[in-house]
Write a protein that binds this ligand. Structure first.
Ligand SMILES: Cc1cc2nc3c(=O)[nH]c(=O)nc-3n(C[C@H](O)[C@H](O)[C@H](O)COP(=O)(O)O)c2cc1C
Length: 199
């Protein structure tokens, strides 16, 4: 079994999502001692934003310069890790309503036609199914509509489903900036949700 942990919070040791992804992964490893773990810290080592200069990295003309070649290698590593993972544990904080731009850059590398999805006459088909995704969703506020996903959750939900993944679990730590008591209660609940996942 292969576990891929992806963290994208910029808050380092103060990050709620990082502490929770670490706990989810520790639980998974306790349950599956044979599992291998790959950790991608997208804050420490952020993929460059997609740009015209980097388009060839996504399968365009293959006359690459040194920078493009390095980014191609990195993109291929992201793809390999993602495709091989049985369990993906991903920290998804809400920053300015959406996902951190580092995480968007990672998505821009792995969402590739012919690699992780394909177009067919009847519509797009995901090629990365069969894995479990555990999303740790953190935010300072709380969503107004209890029945709707927040935009950061919607984004990763749409992307992972598009890539063929249907087994998606959400662990939420929301209301983290709504005062110390609300933060504490949110973290206690989120840790409880993590513990329940492992049970
Ligand atoms: C740059 C930035 C933008 C943020 N934007 C939002 C936001 O739009 N909505 C929200 O509820 N919280 C927002 N927050 C609060 C974070 O979601 C909160 O700090 C949460 O703990 C982030 O998860 P993390 O601790 O894992 O980084 C923002 C925080 C930062 C640093």
């Amino acid at each position: 079994m292969k576990i891929l942990q992806i963290d994208s919070s910029v808050l380092g040791g103060h990050s709620a999502s990082r502490s929770l992804t670490a706990k989810v992964v520790a639980d998974q490893r306790a349950k599956h001692p044979e599992a291998t773990l790959t950790v991608r810290d997208l804050d420490l080592d952020a993929p460059a934003h997609l740009s015209g200069a980097l388009l060839p990295v996504l399968g365009g003309p293959k006359d690459l310069n040194a920078v493009q070649e390095a980014e191609l290698q990195r993109t291929e590593a992201f793809l390999k890790e993602f495709l091989e993972a049985d369990v993906l544990v991903v920290g998804v904080p809400q920053y300015n309503f959406g996902i951190p731009s580092q995480l968007k850059s990672w998505i821009d590398r792995i969402a590739q036609a012919g690699r992780t999805f394909k177009y067919t006459e009847t519509g797009p088909v995901g090629l990365a199914g069969g894995k479990r995704v555990i999303v740790v969703s953190s935010r300072g506020g709380v969503r107004q509509d209890a029945n709707a996903l927040d935009l950061h959750e919607q984004t990763v939900d749409v992307v992972f489903r598009f890539l063929g993944i249907t087994d998606i679990t959400y662990v939420r730590a929301h209301g983290l900036a709504m005062g110390p008591e609300a933060r504490e209660a949110s973290l206690v609940a989120a840790n409880g949700a993590v513990a329940a996942l492992a049970a």
